[in-house]
Design a protein around this ligand. Sequence first.
Ligand code: P5A
Length: 445
Amino acid sequence: MRLSRYFLPVLKENPAEAQIVSHRYMLRAGMIKQQAAGIYSWLPLGFRVLKRIEEIVHQEQVRAGHIPLLMPTLQPADLWRESGRYDDYGQEMLRITDRQKREMLYGPTNEEMITDIFRSHVNSYKDLPLTLYHIQWKFRDEMRPRFGVMRGREFLMKDGYNFDIDKDAALHAYNRHMVSYLRTYERMGLTAIPMRAASGPIGGDNTHEFLVLAQTGESEVFYDDRVTALKLGSREIDYDDRAAVADVCKEFTTLYARTDETHDAAVFEGVPEAHRKVGRGIEVGQIFYFGTKYSEAMGATVVTDKGEKVPVEMGSHGIGVSRLLGAIIEASHDDKGIIWPEGVTPFPVGIVNLKQGDGAADAACEGLYKALAAKGLEALYDDRDERAGAKFATMDLIGLPWRITVGPRGLANGVVELTSRRTGESEEMSPEAAVDRIAQIYAGR
Ligand code: P5A
């Protein structure tokens, strides 16, 4: 993408309404525009990151054996009357009446609708296990929408639902989600800690929230700080191996880590004092096992291998896809702007032409741009007729992890400069070497 032809409405001033750094930088970098309280347009740069995050979520769900589909945003109220949640959900639910006076709602979550799909098509144990998921917009009429995409009213969620024959199989699905979520967050450059939590309106007793530690987080958290060092890394996981998956969950949930809703001061006292930490976190996901809460109420049954008809065992699992942009920025920025982890960056690399209009500089930039494209890497090329300082400030604000700087002086010696946004360190090398280095960094992305 050539910046001269892109739509990147960068703001020079700090927007007064933004209280936290991620909201401030998303507005300044021209990623989002508020349209109403808690409702945003996704401008091109923000949209690219959102799509990238969705892609990682999809890849890790499919890897775990889960199947994508797409349910609508609008739902009939009658489905929710079956589960009893139409009245329970209260003012957070946006209720709509259509021209036929039918009661509808903008879905805050999809347990009822997926249970309806299941009961319409599945009735045998032979079709289990089954996990279906989608990535779809939700609406919750939050009392206090704030912090930009962090607590929106309209927000993008990945929500998945497992259907299993018995409790053991359903708990395996719970564990499988935990591991796939750990992988998902790690690929985004995040450490998200599974913490024992409360289930709220979704229901069930077994639930974990995934929290990214950040001072601006809305949840108070209590944890043994050794939990922050745990990493899945590149280990291969066989998602069908119940014991192996359960072992990983045990590894990540044995040390004390709880939100204020489940915090137990007496148990916390048992953590060695040097490791006992109280902090704040951003909830980027939550998983639930709730058994037959919805299947019993809505008549979703299966016939077992012994010929018995039983309500299907279920759980649901959510990732705050749009919230993740805010969480990643809270976890990765400096006073100049965002620092995108390579996994989610909107563009892998920026090219800064220090002297637009200089024949050699223009040709070298074009050459780099094309060579990167040939390797499947779309650079953001700042080809505007601007001062170098302004170009650097824009690149720093939007946070691409790598920058190639091209100027007549370097080119006279056959070199360009490759700079890491994270460390600020620069290295001179030939344009070919810079392309190879970038390709190597993103290999396998
Ligand atoms: C699990 C999937 C559920 O709704 N039903 C389907 C279950 N869980 S949840 O914890 O309530 O939501 C899942 C994740 O969505 C994000 N989230 C939000 N993001 C932005 N703005 C909001 N107002 C908002 N509310 C929830 C969170 O990341 C949450 O973990």
